[in-house]
Write a protein that binds this ligand. Structure first.
Ligand code: 6PG
Length: 259
C-alpha cells in the first residue's frame, strides 16, 4: 500500500466497534466545532451494524445531531424497506434512535428502477450539498468503509467498471458475481475525504487484508488498496482474527496501536 495509513489492531470485534465508535464521535464533534457541520458517508453490510448500535447508545444527546448530515458510500439496487438495503440497516440501528432531523439524511434513491438514473440523481444531490464546481469531488468529513473477503469496498468490486471511473462522483456498477447492480461512490469521490475509516472483523477477511495492506498483486483485484485519500486520514480498524495473516514487520511500517 503506497499511501500512509494508521493500523489499529483490536483484540475482539467488540473492542473494534468501541474504538471505532469513539473515533466517529470525536470526528463528528471536531468537525462541527471547526467547520459548523459534519458530513459522513455510511458503510453498508453487516460489520457496521454493531458500530451504529454503539454510537446510538453512547453518543446520545452529546452530539450536535442537527449539524450532522448522513449519506451512503454505496447502496444495493433495492427499495429502502428491503432487508438488503444499507439505508434500512442504518435507520434501524442508528438513525431511528437519535434526534437527527429527517432533512439531514440523504439516502441513495435505489428504489428507482433505473440504477443509472439513481446514481445521477445522487450525484446531483452531492453536488448541491457540497456546492461543487464542475470537476470537483465532495469532501466528506468521514467515510466509513467495510471490506469484503474479495477485497472490495463500498460497491467497488474486483474487475468491475466502476474502478476505472475518474470523473463521476456516483455510478451504477454491474457486479457479475452478484448478478446485480450496485450504486456506489467512485474512487475519486472516496479519496477526496478528510478521513476514511475501514472496519474489518473476522478471519474470513484475513487473506484479503494481507493482500490489500501488504500484497503487490494488481490493485484491481483488491480494490480496497485503491482507497488512498488525496489529502486525508486513512485508519484501518481491524480485530485480531482479521489481522492474523499480517506480517510482524507491518508493525514497524505504520503506526499500530494494540488494544
Ligand atoms: C455493502 C458494503 C460492502 C461491505 C463489504 C463487507 O453494501 O455490502 O458497502 O462494501 O462493506 O461487503 O461486508 P460485511 O461487513 O457484511 O462483511
Amino acid at each position: 500500500m503506497s499511501s500512509p495509513f494508521e493500523l489499529r489492531r483490536l483484540a475482539t470485534p467488540q473492542d473494534l466497534f468501541q474504538a471505532a465508535a469513539e473515533e466517529v464521535i470525536s470526528n463528528a464533534a471536531n468537525a462541527v466545532a471547526q467547520r459548523g457541520r459534519f458530513a459522513i458517508a455510511l458503510a453498508g453490510g453487516s460489520t457496521p451494524r454493531n458500530l451504529y448500535t454503539l454510537i446510538a447508545a453512547n453518543a446520545g444527546a452529546s452530539l450536535p445531531w442537527a449539524q450532522m448530515y448522513f449519506f451512503w458510500g454505496d447502496e444495493r439496487h433495492v427499495p429502502p424497506d428491503d432487508p438488503d438495503s444499507n439505508y434500512r440497516m442504518a435507520k434501524e440501528t442508528l438513525l431511528s434512535k437519535v434526534p437527527v432531523p429527517a432533512g439531514n439524511i440523504f439516502p441513495i434513491p435505489a428504489e428507482n428502477p433505473d440504477a443509472a438514473a439513481a446514481a445521477e440523481i445522487y450525484e446531483q444531490t452531492l453536488r448541491k450539498f457540497f456546492a461543487l464546481k464542475p470537476g470537483e469531488f465532495p469532501r466528506f468529513d468521514l467515510i466509513l468503509l467495510g471490506m469484503g473477503p474479495d477485497g472490495h469496498t463500498a460497491s467497488l468490486f474486483p474487475q468491475t467498471s466502476a474502478l476505472q471511473e475518474k470523473s463521476r462522483i456516483v455510478v451504477n456498477n454491474w457486479v457479475e458475481k452478484l448478478g446485480a447492480s450496485r450504486i456506489t461512490l467512485t474512487l475519486p469521490a472516496l479519496n477526496a475525504a478528510r478521513a476514511a475509516l475501514f472496519l474489518v472483523s473476522g478471519s474470513d477477511k484475513a487473506s484479503a487484508l494481507r493482500e490489500v495492506l501488504e500484497g503487490d498483486g494488481p490493485a484491481e483485484k483488491f480494490p480496497s488498496r485503491l482507497l488512498q485519500p488525496v489529502d486525508g486520514e486513512l485508519i484501518w480498524f481491524v480485530d485480531r482474527a482479521a489481522a492474523c495473516e499480517l506480517s510482524k514487520s507491518l508493525n514497524q511500517s505504520v503506526e499500530t496501536r494494540q488494544s
